[in-house]
Design a protein around this ligand. Structure first.
Ligand code: NAP
Length: 281
């Protein structure tokens, strides 16, 4: 079997086009503000890409750049200003933040109604209690790619590798909400390969290059690879050994070009969702 490739670039492009169409038909312009503290080169690239994508979708996008030595109090004051600004629908503080600032303090400071990263405990709680409003972008994107396969998740054995608040935990909740039978594995799991072999759906988010081998994947499984790892030779690879996996899986996302492009598209969608919800639309 050679797996169907789930083309994240194509799905993301279509979603971005849909969002642009919906934004064009609104009587207001949803606003997204991205806050970047410091000079981290990877963050600079991400922030530029988010800003450009937001503008292309017709959002009112703005990036606030703060110096590396910004204090927590200064950053929280900026966030509070954005919370109070009616023209701002979405606030995203790019992580990681410099070490003098607590990431948790930042997450807690953002108005949950504007929390387009979906990391505030109120939004996490809503996801768990079935009243989700703003859900983290990468997990949402991963689920949209799963939906592309047309495979019903109801009753399926789904395995999530990784239990971070950013990826693993929200994905497990989203799978559960679609009636999958969900198992989560992490760095303390024993017999991880056996857990993989039992799974009909595998979502890998551990940040270990090509960790999941083809021999661990059951024939016909669907594989969503969230991992993005740079090898010493400069290549980007996922958490799954792609060439091995594609020989046994029914469908698989490539890296790059899988979940990655979906994250920004879902950020735009979250900004639209926040803008509509804040106006009671
Ligand atoms: P993270 O916060 O570092 O969490 C990694 C998780 O993987 C932890 O739960 C950890 O277990 C588990 N883990 C680590 N080594 C393991 C092993 N050998 N066996 C089993 N589990 C192991 O990472 P993250 O933020 O969730 O990101 C995961 C990956 O997704 C990274 O490659 C990251 O670059 C990528 N990512 C991609 C996007 C995107 O846009 N596509 C967005 C975010 C992240 P413990 O909890 O036991 O430590």
């Amino acid at each position: 079997m050679t797996a169907q490739l789930i083309d994240g670039k194509q799905v993301a492009a279509k979603l971005r086009q849909d969002i642009a169409g919906r934004v064009a038909g609104l009587s207001f312009q949803p606003g997204l503000v991205v806050v970047l503290v410091g000079e981290d080169p990877a963050s600079q690239v991400y922030v530029k890409a988010k800003d450009r994508a937001a503008r292309e979708a017709g959002l009112a996008a703005r990036t606030i750049r703060l110096p590396e030595e910004t204090t927590q109090a200064e950053l929280l004051a900026v966030v509070e200003g954005l919370n109070q600004d009616d023209a701002v629908d979405g606030i995203l503080v790019q992580f990681p933040v410099p070490k003098q600032i607590s990431q948790r303090a930042v997450i807690l400071a953002i108005d949950p109604a504007k929390d387009v990263d979906g990391l505030h405990p109120e939004n996490v709680g809503r996801l768990v209690d079935g009243s989700a409003r703003l859900v983290a972008c990468t997990p949402t994107g991963a689920m949209k790619l799963l939906a592309e396969t047309g495979v019903s998740l109801s009753g399926k054995r789904a395995l999530v590798l990784g239990r971070s608040m950013l990826v693993g935990k929200p994905i497990a909740q989203l799978l559960l909400a679609q009636d999958a039978t969900v198992t989560m594995v992490h760095s303390r799991t024993l017999n991880l390969a056996d857990e993989c072999r039992r799974a009909e759906v595998i979502v890998a988010a551990i940040g270990k290059p090509e960790f999941v081998r083809g021999a661990w994947i059951s024939e016909g499984a669907v594989v969503i690879d969230v991992g993005i790892n740079r090898l010493p030779d400069g290549r980007l690879v996922g958490d799954v050994a792609f060439d091995e996996a594609k020989a046994v899986a029914k469908a698989i996302t490539p890296v790059p070009g899988g979940v990655g492009p979906m994250t920004i598209a879902c950020l735009l969608e979250n900004t639209l969702i926040a803008g509509l919800a804040r106006r009671g639309l």
